[in-house]
Design a protein around this ligand. Structure first.
Ligand SMILES: Cc1ncc(COP(=O)(O)O)c(C=O)c1O
Length: 325
């Protein structure tokens, strides 16, 4: 019996289950970025996924597995980010109600996008305690099932489907590089990679202002991060009970980067690949460009790697780009 939340079998089953509901996102390559990084890079474009982020994979996998009677009472989650939109859309696909608890300071664009997918928004105070309490309240009152953002076997298996597509789309991959927030994505990737042929390394990118996973891995004990400070809003979360053991045992290394590194990587992706990615998504590429990354993989013969561009949802106001005249 595996001690971990998912296996290659559950990840393959998840892929079959969600395939009709997700896009098989493209992989982009740029010789200019290869030259800059000194590696062969294949960018897996989950920013072009439905809802603009990989999160639809896990949410769909979880929601499709609810028993019909339970599903009819709906689902609830608390999030101000991509998971909220993913739960809203996956619930709409299944034809069931979705409730999303959002702090009152959530960006208007995210609130509107989530409501646009048909979810009912429940505003709450912007503290973790208030979010949890409101979420539990809604679950109690409506009978809705809570869909957590990362620490759930079905979410982890769903996110791991990214790895299956990467190995299918790129021959001879040596590594997959992904960001770490709560660790759902990288856990799914690591659990798939360990059973796939070839020895595919799994490397995490994390902001130095939210480096709880890197510090936990270095110390061998799960450490929290009470006040994360980073522009990468999807990566401010700490690891969970299911994701920590996977990160501890199966992620090869974690490279931390500054917000300045993340902005630089984001600009390179925008201008060289001509696609929009959000800061959390640029983080693994920023890691690849850092000297610490080269040191981390120096002895491992890593040459060809997939870099997961996890999302592209940004509050962009194009008018800010117009120079004052
Ligand atoms: C764009 C983006 N990238 C990465 C992550 C981190 O994913 P996880 O919490 O599974 O580590 C998130 C989480 O919200 C995200 O929205």
């Amino acid at each position: 019996m595996t001690p971990y939340a998912a296996t290659l079998d559950t990840i393959r089953a998840a892929h079959e289950r969600i395939a009709p509901h997700i896009h098989r996102t493209p992989v982009l390559h740029s010789t200019a970025l290869d030259a800059l990084a000194g590696f062969e890079l294949f960018f897996k474009c989950e920013n072009l996924q439905r809802v603009g982020a990989f999160k639809i994979r896990g949410a769909t996998n979880a929601i499709l597995q609810l028993d019909e009677k339970i599903a009819q009472a709906g689902v609830v989650t608390h999030s101000s980010g991509n998971h909220a939109q993913a739960v809203a859309l996956a619930a709409r696909d299944r034809g069931i109600p979705a409730h999303v608890v959002m702090p009152t300071n959530a960006p208007r664009a995210k609130r509107e996008a989530t409501a646009g997918y048909g979810a009912r928004i429940h505003p709450c105070e912007p503290t973790y305690e208030a979010r949890m309490a409101t979420c539990l309240d809604v679950a109690r009152q409506t009978g809705a099932t809570i869909i957590p953002p990362f620490d759930h076997a079905h979410i982890i298996a769903g996110q791991g489907t990214v790895a299956l597509e990467c190995v299918d789309q790129v021959d001879g991959l040596d590594a997959i590089v992904a960001p770490i927030g709560g660790g759902g994505l990288i856990s799914g990737i690591a659990l798939a990679a360990r059973e796939l042929p070839g020895s595919i390394r799994v490397i995490g990118g994390e902001p130095s202002g939210a480096d709880d996973a890197a510090r936990s891995k270095a110390s061998g004990e799960l450490v929290g991060m009470p006040k994360p400070r980073t522009i990468a809003d999807g990566l401010r979360t700490g690891l969970g009970e299911l994701t920590w053991p996977v990160v501890r045992d199966l992620v090869d290394s974690i490279v931390t980067v500054t917000d300045e590194d993340i902005l630089n990587a984001m600009q390179l992706v925008w201008t060289r690949l001509n696609i929009v990615v959000e800061p959390s998504a640029a983080t693994p590429f920023a890691a690849v460009l850092s000297p610490a990354f080269t040191r981390a993989v120096a002895s491992q013969g890593v040459r060809r790697m997939a870099v997961v561009l996890t999302g592209g949802n940004l509050d962009l106001d194009v008018r800010d780009l117009v120079p004052a005249v």
